[in-house]
Ligand binder design. Structure first.
Ligand code: NAP
Length: 246
């Protein structure tokens, strides 16, 4: 499905990014695993992929800093000779009610979730424009569509990712590059582990499929968008949310 494609996945040491990296490698892609701090998990992931016959390297970079995002993309290209797929997955939450949200908490979420996506996209597009092909997949969230109490920063960043996806999809379409977003609902990862049992029960009650999703269920959709089966899809937002938002 992704045979020989070179793919950069940001924040791929754990959670949804890890599941995407594993699935891409299984489908034959050459995978560049970006991480910021989770080196132990990344080493384990590299071993898992290599033992299964896959190809992967890891590159440390804080994608919210331009020089590091640039270095990530350039090193990926240098190692594998091209770049076919970029998955902007790295993201954080710093939840608080509006009146208690600090400027720092607002800025750090915007810097990683929105600016990081912009920086990686910009540097990847430099390569993809010359190749006249490429697929960019941005991980947004259903919260970017609906808003959520206590997440003014996160909802703004994820709505921003959707707007940027559509703008960049329009800019790059004429060079054969597609840009799409995936909007997960509640997925079992470290991010949702932070929620209290009370909040988890309440959210499950509101999900038509009555459960949280698992990371591989998001990876399934990302793999599809990265594949040639999705060649005629661009500027779209695909929800993976058990029916939460419809
Ligand atoms: P997670 O388990 O908390 O993992 C977050 C990942 O982002 C980690 O790999 C982390 O790397 C990386 N990261 C954070 N800041 C970074 C930076 N500055 N530079 C590079 N990497 C950075 O989160 P997740 O649940 O897998 O979420 C993945 C994506 O899905 C995020 O964009 C999130 O907003 C989105 N999402 C998740 C859910 C959900 O329910 N889980 C729902 C909707 C959307 P290190 O560990 O190396 O720091």
């Amino acid at each position: 499905m992704l045979n020989g494609k070179v793919a950069v996945i940001t924040g791929a040491g754990r959670g949804i990014g890890r599941a995407i990296a594993l699935q891409f490698a299984e489908y034959g892609a050459k995978v560049v695993i970006n991480y910021r701090s989770s080196i132990g998990q990344v080493e384990e992931l590299l071993t898992t992929i290599k033992n299964a016959g896959g190809e992967a390297i890891a590159i440390q970079a804080d994608i919210s800093r331009e020089e590091e995002a640039k270095k990530l993309i350039e090193e990926a290209k240098k190692h594998f000779g091209r770049l076919d797929v970029l998955v902007n997955n790295a993201g954080i939450t710093k939840d608080n009610l509006l009146m208690r949200m600090s400027e720092d908490d607002f800025n750090s979420v915007m810097d990683i979730n929105l600016k990081g996506t912009f920086l990686c996209t910009k540097h990847a597009a430099t390569i993809m424009l010359k190749q006249r092909s490429g697929k960019i997949i941005n991980i947004s969230s259903v919260v970017g569509l609906t808003g959520n109490m206590g997440q003014a920063n996160y909802a703004a960043s994820k709505a921003g990712v959707i707007g940027m996806t559509k703008a960049v999809a329009r800019e790059l379409a004429c060079r054969g590059i597609t840009v799409n977003a995936v909007a997960p609902g509640f997925i079992e990862t470290d991010m949702t582990d932070q929620l209290s049992e009370k909040v988890k029960e309440a959210t499950i009650a509101s999900i038509p499929l009555k459960r949280y999703g698992v990371a591989s269920e998001v990876a399934n959709v990302v793999s599809f968008l990265a594949s040639e089966a999705a060649n005629y899809i661009t500027g779209q937002v695909l929800q993976v949310d058990g029916g939460l938002v419809m």
